[in-house]
Structures are given as structure tokens and as C-alpha cells.
Design a protein around this ligand. Sequence first.
Ligand SMILES: *Cc1c(COP(=O)(O)O)cnc(C)c1O
Length: 390
Amino acid sequence: MRANSKKPPKRLGLHEPLFEGNEWRYLKECVDTAWVSSAGAFVTRFEEAVAARTGTRHAVALVNGTAALHLALEGAGVRRGDEVLVPSLTFIATANAAVYLGARPRFVDSEEGTLGMDPEALEEYLRNGTTTAYGKRMDKGTRRRIGGCVPMHTLGHPAQIDRICELGRRYGIPVIEDAAESLGSSYKGKPMGSWGLAGVLSFNGNKILTTGGGGMVVTDDARLAARVRHLSTQAKSDPDAYRHDAVGYNYRLPNINAALGLAQLERLDRLLERKRRIAEWYREELKAVGDARLIWEPSGARSNFWLNTVRLPPVRARRALLRLAQDNIEARPLWTPCHRQSIFRPILTAGPLTTADRLWRESVSLPSSAGLTRAEVRRVVRGLALEAHP
Ligand SMILES: *Cc1c(COP(=O)(O)O)cnc(C)c1O
């Protein structure tokens, strides 16, 4: 076959950053002043701005969201031998963080309505699968302490975090929100990241706000924030004499990354408006594709609409991914659920994980960059529709 002489259509990535504010100015300031590394005014300014935005008292900027999960769990008291409740349907980092601390993840099912940790499944497990002994809540089978619970707000859509936090309080288990995907989202008017003992954000390149790479722990708990800050800077007890009181980490966010973050944050409201408009375009265009259901913000929630994701019959979902790739359109499945990852064997579960499996097999995430045009949304939907009627 002869090579097609037509130019391939423009590539549409899953989620590309949009820089239209003070990015250049702030980065230049870093270079001009030679404040580029893990100290500098932008780190503090960025932390203060994110704390204000999420309605929390303290924020600690770190190198990425995974490091933020690691130290937030440490600060919440997760220890070697503990178990940590995690949704099975999440990015691997949520579960890995427990393992870094010598704890083990125990997987909870998700629910259809929010794609988040299912509060019914969680309650059922805590009531029937756990018991209190020596003042600790522990799994009845393994006799391991439940050290924490880490719900995640999938694709920016808030989980039923009020119910999850209420269960955490009732059973004495700290809740740490994996809000890596949900900066700018809120539930019942309260920002994501501010509900649990601590919240974790990510500013990776494909997230709604990016610092290149970066993350943050937000919390109202001064002791937890101080602990995270201390451990993230090598746990120095006497910086001049190079004395250290713990085995720490080099996890602080550099000033140049924070500069990028601050410029992005200044425009977050406009970014959220664009994201909502793109979701509305998808909703309208997808009316033409009968078997595709767009996942929408749950009731009581305001989503940042990080990724637009449709549910399709599983065979259709797989074919749609291939078809869109042919059109130079980046679409993605959801993560293989954690209970299917051999790295976590032996797999610990908190009840059946059927909804997580179903959501995984049926979901296709579509290009959702803030700079997307209506014509591009139409092009993506046309790709989906063609697959439906080949
Ligand atoms: C992106 C993401 C992370 C990890 O963040 P990084 O900054 O990439 O380390 C953790 N959890 C979830 C749910 C994510 O989407």
C-alpha cells in the first residue's frame, strides 16, 4: 500500500497544559535572581495560595503527588504492619504509598454514582470485618491495625467524602484524601483536600494545574504539616552541624516549579470555566452516540471536570480506544484495578470488587485539555460514532 500523502490529523492529547498567565514572568524572575532550587519566595507563595484555595491552614509543597501521599500517610501515623483502606480503582500511587511505609493496602469497591470509594462497602467491612482490640481497630482475620483510609476523587469527581469521613471518625481511622485529580472540585460547598485529616494534590504534567512535576500536602493539622515539612527536607535537627533526627527524604518542590504553579493557580477559575464548557460540549455532541454515557458530576458536587470519560459496553470500549488512536486521538482506559496487580499479592480486600471491575472495563477517557475547541470535541465524538457504525 502506498503511504498516504495526506497530512495526518493534528494529535489530540489526553490532557495538555495551557499557559496563558504569568508563567514566563515568574520563571524569568527565578532565573534572574538565581532562586531556582528548593528554597525561594515562590514556594511559600504557592503554598499559601493553594491553602487559601482549598480552605486549609497549612500546605507543604513537594516534588510530586506520590511523595505527598507517602508523607501524608506517615504524618497520619501509618506504620509498618498496618493495613490501609484504598479504593481498588485508582492510580497505583495511592496503594504504593502504604507499601513504602511497610503497610499493606486493603482494597475497597467503588460506586457507580461517583466512581469513588463506596461508603456502603466501607461501612459493611468496618462493621463486620473489623474489631477493636488493645484500643486499635483491626481486621478480624489478619489482626492488623487499620492505620488509615485513602479515598480518591476519580477524574475530578468528588467521592461521598462526608460519609467516608463520618465512618473514619466512628471507627477511629484517619482519612487522607487523594485529591491528586480534584483541585478546584468541591463537595457540598467544601473543597476537595480539606475534608480529611490531610489532603494530597498532584501537579503532574497531565493534571488540571501543572508545575512540571509537583505535589502538595494540605491540612488543618499543624503537627502533621510540620512533620511532613521536616521529613521532606532530610529531617535536619541542626542544619548547621548536619545533624538529623530521622531518616528523611529530599522531597521539597523547587522554586522554579512553584513559580509555574503560582502562575497557573492565578488563572484557576478561568481554567475551571473552560473545563466545564468542554464537558458540556461533550455532553451535547455525545447525544449522537447512543451507547456512550458521559460520566457527569455527582449530585451535591462541583467537579473540576479534569477528564471527560464515557462508559461503553466493554467490547466497544476496547475497539473505541483503537479506533481513536488511528485518528491520532489519545484516549485511555481507566487504571487496571489494584486487586488485579500482582505486585500487591497476597491481595487483601474489603468485600467484593465488582463495581471497580465494571467501571474499569467500560470506561474510556477522552481528550480534555483546557485548550480544546468545540470542533476538536466534535472530531473525537465522530471517531467514537464511526466505531459504532463502521
Ligand atoms: C496523578 C496521581 C497521583 C500521583 O501524582 P504524581 O504527581 O504523578 O506523583 C496519585 N494519585 C492519583 C489518583 C493520581 O491521579
